[in-house]
Design a protein around this ligand. Structure first.
Ligand code: PMP
Length: 411
């Protein structure tokens, strides 16, 4: 890949420069959260050091600077995901809050007893529980698209579930437990032939490849800043303007109103209608800087490099005796999940940490997807644009050492 200087990219991330237990940190827990480049850290600290103010509400210099920074960040995100208007970018706490907002505003508005909401068996709990709560409240039903043995969605089964009872399809772009890339464009087109809107949980999509919400024709697209090199506590709900205009506000408070009397309140225009209270202004500024950073690197080089890492990682893991990779979809991004029968996953993860290698072990907040494979836990190394082939070699070597030194007996 032209101009892809991995060592220079790694130097952008201060957290990657540290030693853990006497070894250089190997961060393979990117699906949980990513580290932050210096430009993001600087944008956040500069905001607090120079521009700090509440937004919209003051007629003074810092209020103007803070408002410009906040709205400038919104515009950067709009451009980054190809939305038509900055009014379609709602700042929230993260993907979880974005999905809850849609369930409780749009969902409560349109769902009636006997209606159906379609999910897949790949979903993160954040894209299950809010719909379950809504269905319980409304007497509606969840319909779940099954997976094949590779952890891919079975599109024929999806087609069978879509009906005149379907009010919404809510589906992840990339599975956080298996790494499956879901063919969401096809699935959105299928839903739209019946006039059904689609929410995409893009938490694991956006860090790995170009997402263009207009091209996808997604109705809702939810993601978290901290998984795309931005700060925690700040995420985005993209939604089509016509939908946002039709939806009632979710939370009430300052900023989301036009006028308030004790008899009646009128609501602010978009996007403020959905942003009650003081938002995470510095977080938005940081996320804007993260979007700039990713734009500078280029989404295509990121995708190509990460695909090479993914193929290399799958092949390298497959050389380890008895290791079973979980989720072998033809299209994968970011996530490698595995178990070794007879080996304690927790024991292995602790051993890896002693070698400075950070991976996640557990159900990854996606229990149904692991149950499909008869499992309740896997080891999940997950990749980002700053990982290297050498780090994957180190991981494989460490797993082999653990097995060689009697790790099997720990099982
Ligand atoms: N959806 C998916 C696919 C995820 O991976 C995650 C985070 N693990 C979430 C939703 C929730 O994101 P957050 O905790 O940042 O709200």
């Amino acid at each position: 890949i032209a101009n892809w200087d991995i060592q220079s990219i790694r130097r952008d991330f201060p957290a990657l420069q540290q030693m853990i237990n006497g070894r250089p940190l190997i961060w393979l827990d990117n699906a949980a959260t990513t580290h932050k480049p210096q430009c993001v850290i600087t944008a956040v600290s500069d905001f607090y050091a120079k521009d700090n103010s509440n937004v919209h509400r003051g007629a003074h210099t810092l209020a103007k600077r803070a408002t410009d920074a906040y709205e400038g960040a919104r515009e950067k995100i709009r451009r980054f995901i190809g939305a038509d208007s900055a009014e379609e970018i709602i700042f929230v706490r993260g993907a979880t809050e974005a999905i809850n907002l849609v369930a409780q505003s749009y969902g409560r508005m349109v769902v009636r007893p006997g209606d159906e909401i379609i999910l897949s068996n790949l979903e993160h709990h954040a894209n299950i529980v809010p719909w379950q709560q809504l269905c319980e409240e409304k007497g509606a039903l969840l319909k779940v698209i099954p997976l094949n043995d590779c952890g891919e969605i079975i599109l024929d089964e999806y087609a069978k579930l879509l009906s005149s009872k379907t009010r919404l399809v809510a589906i992840s772009h990339v599975s956080n437990s298996l790494g499956t890339v879901v063919p969401i464009k096809v699935m959105i087109d299928m839903a739209h032939t019946l006039g059904v809107p689609v929410l995409v949980d893009g938490a694991q999509g956006i860090p790995h490849f170009k997402v263009d919400v207009s091209n996808l024709n997604a109705d809702f697209y939810a993601f978290s800043g901290h998984k795309m090199f931005g700060p925690t506590g700040l995420g985005v709900l993209y939604a089509k303007k016509s939908l946002l205009e039709s939806m009632p506000p979710w939370q009430g408070g300052g900023n989301m109103i036009k006028t308030v009397t004790f008899e009646h309140t009128t609501y602010n225009s978009l996007p403020n209608k959905f942003e009650a209270g003081t938002g995470h202004i510095a977080g938005a500024v940081g996320l804007g800087a993260a979007a700039d950073y990713l734009t500078r690197l280029g989404s295509k080089p990121i995708e190509i490099y990460e695909q090479k890492l993914m193929v290399y990682g799958c092949n390298a893991l497959s050389t380890i005796p008895r290791l079973r990779q979980v989720g072998t979809a033809a299209q994968k991004a970011g996530v490698l999940s595995f178990v070794i029968p007879g080996v304690s996953s927790e024991g292995l993860a602790e051993y890896l940490d002693r070698q400075g290698i950070a991976v996640r072990v557990g159900h990854h907040c996606a229990q149904p997807s692991l149950r499909h494979f008869g499992l309740d836990s896997t080891i999940r190394p997950s990749l980002a644009l700053y990982n290297t082939f050498a780090e994957i070699d180190q991981l494989v070597l460490a797993v082999e050492k653990f097995l060689y030194n009697g790790g099997l007996k720990n099982g």
